[in-house]
Design a protein around this ligand. Structure first.
Ligand code: F6R
Length: 241
């Protein structure tokens, strides 16, 4: 594992964006695995700036998002589909045919999971997977549990994740209780993984995920077994390692 220690959120964002940009520059049809949440907003900002300034061309790249709430309209402001359009897709030249997010309104969730995994396989797998990390160690929406779940699946969100995500909803009761997520194997099959973390509240889980036992109780701990992981964190998030 490589660790990039950034001064603050902005430097973390620039370094992470640099790794994604390098993947697209060296392989124009790169397949990018992307995340939502507070952590990647700054990195997406850098990618948009570099596109605007003519440094990166996303016309052949593909994006596959990690997750989406079940039962949410793609235009709902809390949907991950909306998030991606707002922070990245509407500001770069990625083709709409190459933007993939699980369909929150799919009638048959089991079939939607199979469809999503088939897209990833048809694209030849993910070149770079960007990840955030939940306070409970989740990656995507792979929550702590008795085992690592392999492929794209539907999860019941943990109370702590619902609490964390309730900031985006008027009422905690409006937070969807289920979500689609790429599975742990889907993520582990990515050729390269970049995990970003910022802020003191992530410090404890970063230590547990990367320096304690590999256990499905801390889903991100599986990343210790991946051959090409880069942890990009700011000083506060990396303060315990
Ligand atoms: C989002 C995702 C989640 C987040 C995690 C951290 O697509 O997959 O695993 O990365 O919950 O969220 P933030 O960045 O908001 O702290």
């Amino acid at each position: 594992m490589r660790i990039i220690r950034a001064r603050d959120y902005d430097e973390m964002s620039r370094r992470a964006a640099g790794l994604i940009a390098a993947a697209v520059v060296t392989k124009p049809d790169a397949v990018l695995g992307l995340a939502t949440g507070d952590s990647p907003i700054g990195a997406y900002g850098y990618l948009c700036d570099w596109y605007r300034d003519g440094h990166i061309d996303f016309s052949q790249a593909s994006a596959l998002n990690l997750d989406e709430y079940c039962g949410i309209e793609p235009d709902a402001v809390q949907s991950y589909s909306y998030f991606m359009r707002r922070y990245l897709f509407s500001k770069i030249n990625i083709s709409s045919d190459n933007q993939h997010i699980p369909d929150g309104l799919a009638r048959d969730p089991g079939r939607e999971c199979v469809r999503y995994d088939a897209i990833i396989a048809a694209r030849g797998g993910i070149d770079v997977q960007l990840l955030g990390i939940g306070l409970n160690g989740h990656i995507g929406f792979n929550e702590p549990g008795p085992e690592f779940v392999k492929d794209t699946h539907v999860v019941a969100l943990s109370e702590s994740t619902i609490d964390a995500n309730s900031r985006f909803f008027d009422d905690r009761r409006d937070v969807p209780v289920k979500a689609y997520t790429m599975g742990i194997c889907t993520i582990m099959r990515a050729r390269r993984i970049v995990l970003i973390a910022s802020g003191e509240r992530k410090a404890d889980i970063i230590k547990r995920a990367f320096f304690d036992a590999v256990t499905p109780g801390v889903p991100a701990s599986i990343l210790q077994l991946h051959a090409d992981v880069t942890l990009v964190g700011d000083e506060a998030a990396l303060s315990l390692i």
